[in-house]
Design a protein around this ligand. Structure first.
Ligand code: TRP
Length: 335
């Protein structure tokens, strides 16, 4: 019996190294699911350029960094297809077709894009390319016929917009495209930065990266935001909004012990340093095997390029096949 595996499409903008938020948000799911699904993992360099068009070297340099992150966490190129968005021209074509099916008003309502426009201070000067990236993302997903998209919570509006586009396309041109579903982890919809800010990033200096050394992790955890009113060990402390507990909740499997520590902290008599030391151990124990794999793969940059090249070839075959079906449905398959 040959059962066709369902398809996953997922990816990241290569604009810097991946952090713990990426890890719990989607990388872990990708590693866990890669044997049960046919998985495509995209280096979304075209999307990265929508807000980095003036920094092409940054995107270029980040591609290999992100591939190393992928391989280090255990995404296995023998079963997962890792590829470059910019090398798949059918995605660009499909994006153009989809742009007819979405209103400017709908694009302006996408909550994640709205947030980003605000954070980056684009205002009315936002580029058409940036405003339209959810449409290009819909092309990323649907050109591979993806059923499932493992992503962090902030990406839900993109998957919703993709589903809308699919329904509209299928209604107008006939049943052609697969409507995808998002897969967001229950426990870690959104990991805050070490300073307690919701958004993590390089410019904010508040993220722990998968490529951080044990010492860097230690240094960052020691600066973590806890309870500013917890001045003496004997004082009762707050668990809510305390980043050390936010991280222990996500990364420390010993749930009962963490619950006891919370109670002790709230009563008073438990210092921040004890908790931070525990978190440092937990994180470094998790990151050690990732570091070991990174060291192996980093020795051979040519092999990294070969992995992307092979993946891109395979992805291109799939994408061209879908594009042909789309053109047929749209009656633009002349010869
Ligand atoms: N928008 C995603 C991010 O910012 C990256 C991305 C591009 C993506 N295309 C995708 C994610 C397709 C999932 C599916 O991280």
């Amino acid at each position: 019996m040959s059962l066709q595996k369902k398809i996953i499409l997922t990816g990241d903008r290569p604009t810097g190294p991946l952090h713990l938020g990426h890890y719990v948000g989607s990388l872990k799911n990708r590693v866990a699911l890669q044997h049960d699904y046919e998985q495509y993992v995209m280096l979304a360099d075209v999307q990265a350029l929508t807000d980095n068009f003036e920094n092409p070297e940054k995107v270029r340099a980040s591609v290999l960094e992100v591939v190393l992150d992928y391989l280090s966490v255990g995404i296995d190129p023998a079963v997962s297809t890792i590829f470059l968005q910019s090398m798949i021209s059918p995605i660009a074509e499909l994006t153009i077709f989809y742009l007819n099916l979405v209103s400017v008003a709908r694009l302006e309502r996408n909550p994640t894009v709205k947030d980003e426009i605000r954070q980056k201070g684009f205002g009315l000067q936002v580029s058409a390319g940036f405003l339209c990236y959810p449409v290009s993302q819909a092309a990323d997903i649907t050109i591979f016929g993806a059923h499932l998209v493992p992503v962090g919570q902030d990406q839900l509006p993109m998957i919703e917009q993709t589903a809308e586009l699919v329904r509209k396309f299928n209604r107008i041109y006939g049943d052609t495209l697969v409507e995808p579903e998002a897969l967001v982890p229950e426990t870690a919809g959104r990991l805050p930065g070490i300073d307690g800010k919701a958004k993590m990033g390089k410019s904010l200096g508040n993220a722990i990266y998968l490529s951080d050394s044990a010492d860097e992790v230690k240094r960052k955890v020691m600066t973590m935001y806890t309870d500013p009113e917890h001045l003496h060990v004997a004082d009762p402390g707050k668990v809510e909004g305390n980043m050390v507990f936010a991280y222990l909740d996500i990364f420390d499997d010993r749930v009962d012990e963490v619950a006891e520590l919370k109670a002790h902290y709230q009563r008073g008599g438990l210092g921040d340093v004890v908790l931070k030391k525990r978190l440092i151990e937990v994180l470094n124990a998790m990151l050690d095997p990732i570091r070991a794999r990174r060291a192996l793969f980093a020795q051979d940059p040519a092999q990294l390029l070969e992995i992307i090249k092979k993946g891109t070839e395979k992805a291109n075959n799939t994408a061209h096949a879908t594009l042909a079906r789309v053109k047929e449905a749209m009656k633009i398959d002349y010869f």
